[in-house]
Design a protein around this ligand. Sequence first.
Ligand code: ADP
Ligand code: MG
Ligand code: MG
Length: 211
Amino acid sequence: EGIITPEIFRAMMQRAGDEIIAERDWLSELDGVIGDGDHGVTMEIGWKAVQGALANAEEDETIEGSCKRMAKAFLDAVGASSGPLYATAFLRAGAAVSDRLNLDAEALAAWLAAALQGVRDRGRAEPGDKTMIDAWVPAVERAQQAAANGSELDVVNAARDGAEAGMKATADLESRRGRSAKLGARSKGHIDPGAASTWVTLRAMAAALAE
Ligand code: ADP
Ligand code: MG
Ligand code: MG
């Protein structure tokens, strides 16, 4: 049985919300360079809704149940393109661990992989298009490697480090999706804001689990 209980999972998500809110201005600045400048605000709105929804969770609510609650809260709160992307990610991630009470290393990697697949199915972006996918893909790859013989903390730390590397690498990419696509080659040299918020989220989950 894994160490991530539903209660610890919800604490990880609350922390993700806290760190997204703390990084709001940086995320909006990044979006101001290649998008419409609202990414920090849209993520803050979405994560505050998630935090409020999780605060109402029953004590015995499963991780899948909490993920459904998060998806609904995020979708209802966020009108920007990230709203349905994250809502689908949370729904799929929860469904991937529906047979679990607690998450072990493998289940955590499966949760992350399903979140990525949800974003891909919903947004249809490919790796290299300069989106949040470019942080999620290396995060999931490294998480799955770590899950082969590592702990839950190894998995989430690997995901965090993969997301950071992927985020940094988005600076070299030319955007082919979302608002920044109309900049074409001028989007080069700048980090994608959705990739940045992906890193912030995974970094916060790792920090919460380490405590
Ligand atoms: P909006 O562009 O509607 O203002 P946000 O600013 O909240 O929405 O989010 C922008 C981010 O959304 C981008 O930086 C990118 O990472 C991500 N994004 C946009 N379109 C897609 C897509 N089709 N698939 C995955 N991610 C996407
Ligand atoms: Mg935007
Ligand atoms: Mg917008």
